[in-house]
Design a protein around this ligand. Structure first.
Ligand SMILES: Nc1ncnc2c1ncn2[C@@H]1O[C@H](COP(=O)(O)OP(=O)(O)OP(=O)(O)O)[C@@H](O)[C@H]1O
Length: 246
């Protein structure tokens, strides 16, 4: 089962609507990017899918075991090695003690860190720390993986490498991934479908399917990136005008 949102609306106490009547279906095993300007409600949406926040109205259908979450900041425990950070997540999830070391090794290999398990977070680069955070999210063994701008703080080269690795990891694991970003090119590189959110309140403005052919054709990908950027800019300007008027 994937994730379904049925006319989901959200406002925080004392705020206007942040998300307005959002309906979407994300299939099991799909890789979807949620693209929108800063403040349009992307993180709020992920928090509702994770069950950390209740919608003001509407309802969501999420697999019973919930979803794993990965954030922009790796938030690793600094006194534990990479392997122990992952092992702790397995322990908290009730993974049998005698099988934990083997599973940690498997997860480290999956994120290309087989050689670095004994290193502490301060000995790892930003990209390596995010790989550990990804392995830790996978340790939760949920079908749905929610990713909130996980690569936003990384340099362009590291981000490119992680994009490739994440696509291949998605293909290997068949996870349902919902990836939030305000980076148009990142959304096109990663996802099979992009949901573009409007700002204030967040609604689905556009839905685009990304074929392998488009993703691998630089001219087509650049044309789509331009088109989506124009849509986002227009949306942002509209919001700025509304705020100035209010
Ligand atoms: N706990 C809260 N209480 C009140 N308002 C909030 C709260 N959390 C978020 N908001 C507001 O809700 C709106 C959406 O915030 P959210 O963080 O979901 O957007 P976002 O698209 O993820 O932004 P960014 O890209 O900057 O992370 C913003 O206007 C924000 O100020």
């Amino acid at each position: 089962m994937g994730v379904e949102l049925h006319e989901v609306s959200l406002s925080y106490p004392g705020t206007d609507l942040v998300i307005d009547s959002l309906t979407a279906q994300i299939d099991d095993g799909e890789f979807v990017a949620v693209l929108g300007a800063s403040g349009c409600g992307k993180s709020s949406l992920l928090n509702m899918i994770a069950g950390l926040l209740q919608p003001t109205s509407g309802w969501l259908e999420v697999p019973q075991d919930g979803a794993a979450f990965m954030f922009q900041d790796a938030n690793l425990l600094p006194w534990l090695s990479a392997a122990d950070n992952i092992s702790l997540a397995l322990k908290l999830g009730g993974y049998p003690a005698d099988l934990r070391d083997a599973r940690v090794a498997q997860l480290l290999n999956l994120v290309q860190l087989g050689h670095a398990g004994q290193k502490k977070p301060h000995e790892l680069s930003g990209g390596m720390r995010q790989r550990v955070a990804l392995a830790r999210s996978l340790a939760q063994d949920r079908q749905v993986l929610l990713m909130d701008e996980p690569f936003a703080a990384l340099d362009a080269i590291t981000r490119d490498m992680l994009h490739e690795e994440l696509r291949s990891l998605w293909q290997q694991t068949g996870k349902t991934i919902i990836f939030v970003t305000h980076n148009v090119r990142e959304a096109i590189r990663l996802a099979g479908r992009i949901l573009v959110l409007s700002s204030h309140p967040g609604r689905i403005l556009e839905t685009r399917r990304i074929s392998a052919q488009l993703r691998n054709d630089p001219a087509q990908a650049a044309a789509l990136a331009d088109e989506l950027t124009t849509i986002l800019r227009k949306e942002q300007r509209k919001h700025e005008r509304t705020s100035a008027a209010g």
